[in-house]
Design a protein around this ligand. Sequence first.
Ligand SMILES: [Zn+2]
Length: 443
Amino acid sequence: MRSLVQRFAARVQGSRRYAYLMEYEALQWRSREELEADQFGRLRALLRHAFETVPFYREMFREAGVHPDEIKSRADYAKLPCLTKDIIKRNRNALISSRFDVNVLRGNSTGGSTGEPLQFFQEMDVYEQMCANLMLSLKMAGWREGERVFSIWGNPKDFSKKKSLLGKIKESLATTVILNAYKYNEDIFNSWIAEIQRSGNAFIYGYPSVISGFAHHIVNKNVRLNNVKGIQTSAEQLLDDQRSILDKAFQCKVYDQYGSRECPGIASECAHGGMHLLTHSSYVEFVDDPEAPGEAKKVVVTPLNSYAMPFLRYEIGDYAQPVNSVCACGRGFPLMRMNIGRLYDRFVCEGGHILHGTLLVRQVAGIRGIKNFQFHQRDLVNIDLNIIRSTAFDEADRGKIEAINANLSALPVPRVVMRVNYVESFPQTVGGKHRIFISDVRP
Ligand SMILES: [Zn+2]
């Protein structure tokens, strides 16, 4: 009943998410051949749109000597050049479709686990589809509309803005309860337990790093929770040891979901453990790469719903493998496996409170004059922010950087004091990989 009211309310507001959900729910049972044809149709429509309205792609097609209508197979498409984060940064304006007014688009940026956040634009309809995909993914894992979802969420931007992404998701799931993943300690964990125990059947949704911290607490305190039907993790790679502690604490299945801010809705795990590619949402290629670990391949994604700033053959920065078997659930969505991914860091602060690295990254995400950066935690309170400036760095950028301390103190996060250092380079790490989070605090 509650979900019917919600659906009605959403429809009155002009929301398309339930129409999308119905469409996706019908698609999931189609045959693999039908889904491939449907997906390729979506891809070709996007290619034509990109060719006709996006200056960057018009030039790209011209240079490649092909017209979008000549791309008739996956092999044809695979001949086009890949899009990298660097290319996007250099051609940001040329990647925006002339059919959209940039002033009404939603600016967004990646969490930046590799150091330099990527800025891009999305139309609001992408969020309607994202909500639909979130509901579809929960349903694939056994959730029923109306059942409570405890969302352990971590982007403060989503807490503060009116009509935010979080608000939209909250709106879309009638019974979502948000638990702030940017600030938690033992007392807060205890209050989360009480709240979950009071609810009926529930699902938990959020970052594996945070939920597994919560799970350790539950196991250590010997608490029994028997009403959690499932856990869906997102935004970070779900590691095997995290999965086992979640199994132990909640005694229910853990479902992984793969997607990112720039490419939402790539794959979702079903109740049979199959990681299904959402063919209506993303066109995924697995590309050979000499640097890929083991059997893994480089993931190249084309988000099929982003028309305002299309990303064709985007190197998302992950490795995964296609799986050629058929899932016991009977869904036609093809399968993949992922065992190498991104990791996000976090700092332990005063009182055992956790400060997420992604929150810190967000402070510098919109500042264009920053070439690269690094957060170095000196003690429980003091964090050095080391910045390498680009030639575009200006006084406005300096002002934004100086405002970071004030911005942080206004957020519901542990107390920290940020000291900014402008540097020429970062110290070399083992393996040469740039680390954006370093901590001298040993928890
Ligand atoms: Zn399945």
